[in-house]
Design a binder for this molecule. Structure first.
Ligand code: ADP
Length: 246
C-alpha cells in the first residue's frame, strides 16, 4: 500500500484570510476519502493544494511520493471541478474527442493507435456514454458531462480522481448512478477524494472522512466519524461556522 497524498502541517492564506490552518492528512492508495466541512471551510483550497494548484505558505505536500511542485505526471490525476457541470467553459468538441485527449500523453502526443482507440472505447463504455460519443460536450446534461470527464480520466489511466461537488445541478437519479460508478472505480483500485456537501452520500460511500473548517476536525474511518463530535464541532451548534481563536 503506498501513499498517494501526504500533507504535513500545511497552512495556506489568501492574503490575510487563512483558508487552511496546520492540516496534516495522508491518503493511501485505493482509499475513498470524503472531504466535508461547511461552506467556505477550505475544502476546495485543500484539494487545490493537493493537486499543486496552490503552494502552501508552510508545511509540505507530496503527491505519489514526490513534492507536489516537482510532480509532472498529470495524467495520473483526474480532476472534476464544480464548474464541470455548468454550461460555460466547455470546449465545443465531441465527447469522443474529449476522451481521446486523455490518451494523447500516452500516445506521445502523436497519433492514437488502435490500442489507444480501444482504451477510449472502453472508457466511454465504462461510464455508460458510448451512445453519446459523437455529441458535443457542451450539449450534454450535467450528469452526462461528469461522465465524460471521468471517461477522459480513465483513458489517461488516472489513478487518483479528485472531485469537487461533482453532482451539483445533476438530478437525483443520475447522481445516484454517478456515485455507483465512483464506487465501482474505487473497487478497481482508483483512489478517490470527493468534496460533497451531502454528508449522507459521504458517510454511505467513503472509507475515510476528513472534516475541516480551516483546521482538521476529524480524519479517520467513516464509522469513527459518525460516532465522533467532529461534525457538530466543525459545523457549530446551529450549522454556523465555528471560529477558533489561538
Ligand atoms: P469551501 O470549498 O469549503 O467552500 P474554499 O476553499 O473555497 O472553501 O474557501 C475557503 C476560504 O478561502 C473562504 O473564506 C473563501 O472565501 C476564501 N477563498 C477561496 N478562494 C479564494 C480566492 N481565490 N481568493 C480569496 N479568497 C478565497
Amino acid at each position: 500500500m503506498s501513499t498517494v497524498v501526504d500533507i504535513q502541517n500545511v497552512t495556506f492564506a489568501y492574503g490575510e484570510n487563512v483558508a487552511v490552518r496546520d492540516v496534516s492528512l495522508t491518503i493511501e492508495e485505493g482509499d475513498f476519502l470524503g472531504l466535508i466541512g461547511p461552506n467556505g471551510s477550505g475544502k476546495t483550497t485543500l484539494l487545490h493544494l493537493m493537486l499543486g494548484l496552490h503552494s502552501p505558505d508552510s508545511g509540505t505536500i507530496e503527491l505519489f511520493g514526490d513534492p507536489v511542485d516537482e510532480f509532472d505526471d498529470g495524467e495520473r490525476i483526474g480532476y472534476v471541478s464544480q464548474k464541470a457541470t455548468s454550461r460555460g467553459g466547455s470546449m465545443p468538441v465531441t465527447v469522443r474527442e474529449a476522451v481521446r485527449m486523455g490518451r494523447f500523453a500516452h500516445a506521445g502526443f502523436g497519433r492514437l493507435d488502435d490500442e489507444d482507440e480501444a482504451i477510449v472505447d472502453d472508457a466511454l463504455e465504462t461510464v455508460g456514454i458510448t451512445d453519446l460519443a459523437d455529441r458535443r460536450v457542451n450539449q450534454l446534461s450535467g450528469g452526462q458531462r461528469q461522465r465524460a470527464y471521468i471517461a477522459r480520466a480513465l483513458a489517461s489511466e488516472a489513478d487518483l480522481l479528485a472531485l469537487d461537488e461533482p453532482t451539483v445541478g445533476v438530478d437525483a437519479e443520475s447522481r445516484d448512478e454517478f456515485y455507483q460508478l465512483l464506487d465501482s472505480l474505487n473497487q478497481e483500485g482508483i483512489t478517490i477524494v470527493l468534496i460533497e456537501h451531502d454528508i449522507g452520500v459521504v458517510t454511505d460511500r467513503a472509507d475515510h472522512i476528513a472534516c475541516i473548517n480551516q483546521e482538521l476536525y476529524h480524519h479517520g474511518d467513516t464509522e469513527s466519524f459518525v460516532e465522533s463530535d467532529a461534525l457538530s464541532e466543525a459545523y457549530g451548534a446551529n450549522g454556523q461556522v465555528v471560529h477558533h481563536h489561538h
